[in-house]
Design a protein around this ligand. Sequence first.
Ligand code: 3H9
Length: 701
Amino acid sequence: MAGHVSLTRNKEIGIVTIDNPPVNAFSPGIPRSIATSIEQLGADPRTAAIVLIGAGRGFSAGADIEELQRIASGHQPRAMDLRILARRIEDCPKPVVCAIHGVCLGGGLEIALGAHYRIAAPSGSFAQPEVKIGLIPGAGGTQRLPRVAGVARALEMCWRGEPAGAEQALADGIVDRIVSNDLLTAAIAFARETLARGGKPPRTRDRDEKLTPERYDPAIFDAARAAARKSMRGQTAPLRAIEAVEASTRLPFDEAMALETSLFEKCLYSEQGRALIHVFFSERNAAKVPGLAPDAPALPVKQAAVAGAGTMGGGIAMTFANAGIPVALKEATRDALDRGVERIRSNYAVSVKRGRFTQAFADERMELIRPSLDYDGFADADVIVEAVFEDMELKKGVFAELDRVAKPDALLATNTSSLDIDSFAGQTSRAGMVLGLHFFSPANVMRLLEIVRGAATTPTAIATAVALARKLNKVPVVVGNCLGFAGNRMFEPYRLEAQFLVEEGAAPETVDRALYDFGMAMGPLATGDLVGLDVAWRIRRLFQEREPPGFRKPLVEDRLYDLGRYGQKSGAGWYRYDENRKPQPDAEVAALTRQLAAAAGIPQREIAPEEIVERTIYALVNEGARILGEGIAQRAADLDIIYVAGFGFPAWRGGPIWYAGEVGLAKVYARIREFEREHGPRWAPAPLLCQLAEQGRSFSE
Ligand code: 3H9
């Protein structure tokens, strides 16, 4: 059903209800209907005051982001403006009380700030989250919020985008009262109180008392800019949000609003805005599996078990515990089990120290984890995750055992990062309930969960895994079964190119720097050192077994492996590490590289950051196109989500496939052809890429 706005009455109180499921976004038509209703009630002699309320789950999640996307791409002209709506509400001659439950986000909060009073249910959640989709508040949030919450709080909320609960909103002055009885009844009573008090309804835009210089420290703006440059590196929206809030302290309301509007529009039409909106929708779409009925039965997961208490197994057990799911954790030896439990305990201790969890929360979670040396608790588990050492035979053995101990409809999952799911399914009597749940390290922190579908995996198993992922607060992406699945398979050529660039003359720190500056959380060589060059070596061998002869092979990293330079864990890899694991460029690596390159006849040259980015990122794109062509990924945007949620790719660049579209597929393709001529058959373009580029199409068409 399309959304609508309804107008009802309770005696002298007019009630305007926004009803646009699922989140009462201000889709086309909704703002105009609200404005008309408010105006109608304003002019109606029977009405003395107005309540504005949301139906369903919450008040409003703000502007309709789909509409913003259409406007930004030029497919739709501007619609009824939320800033005009906020002003019309504010100008209403009769008091308007906004009654808020659940989400009150973005434009939702801005409209609420236009009202003369706000009351909230305890469920109220208030935020200006626009920066998370590359925008800033554009309907007065940067001007009205400082007037009600004070400059410092408004600044924080506008540039960070984090939500405040009802209690916090009350303390901040955003709401006038929290009510625990029926919200509408309370709002009507509140409206009557205001009528009894009399007086003109107070307009937020006239309230300047919190803007006076004595009420805030002028240094907060520079401090916020410095913090934003660090925690939201590369992003322009947080800096623009700060600029707009700062304007509230030095410009009259209307002039500051004009500035907010112009900054909002710059964001809306920016590459970053488009990219982050793409990520917002793609993340939600990734959880939708084509061919799976929307109501495909997901089995409930009330108990879990994890086989293997190493770093991954422990992190996975924590993930279950953090979602309130009791989890049995098995190891083969007492020593390994104790070490695993100790690691979990110390991870929780760090979280408590950093203020992420309270001690009580950590204790409760710890209680949910039940360590054992046999399969205690496994028979009751609805899902079992195998997370033992990455060895085919060992894992096969574990699957055969799990099949014996697990209840018949339990989901059996492997956390392998690259091995064949079907080989494990073959060890069981329930191949349909076997799949991959590929968590990324550290499993309790990284948001991505690759769900790997085996040849026999049933829709029920997939639906259960997707529902479970959401319960675990992960971003699920369903992929097919192949070496490395989608994420690691793309990562292999990306890391190889980084190594080749070093062999051609770029220093490791130059390669890493170029990609860090591009926005990656970490450079590819430093990532190798973090994961372990021994692990990278083992994976490389698996890929090399399948390569046709004549493919260029990396030289230096194999030698580093031979020398026992495994990265951070051994104190040296591509870099040398001090006791705080701080990387230092290492002359030994430079000498070794020169020597190996000379012996192999690889000419040395200076390589510009642009080429470093092209060589590595286009390698991701090309392998991504191959994966898409083979049907391993369901849609191009899923690969973007895998890279943003699991590999530290900057969300504001939209993911590798989106980025290729922004550069222009024809240009990327031409460059890949050049690389093929210069560097050989590794760079042969993926058939799908050839096809799209030659037809002038894009991945999303
Ligand atoms: C803004 O307001 C600009 C203004 O300052 C100025 C304008 C001039 N629009 O996340 P979920 C959909 S910018 C359209 O799965 P949850 C979502 O795609 C906006 N659609 O559920 C999904 O659809 P589907 C500022 C929206 O419970 C469905 O709703 N606001 C919007 O985990 C359920 O969403 C924001 O940035 C929207 N605004 O989380 C808020 N919001 O089922 C962004 C949601 O077809 N939204 N949808 O996949 C959120 O943070 C979360 O969605 C929310 C619910 C917390 C609301």
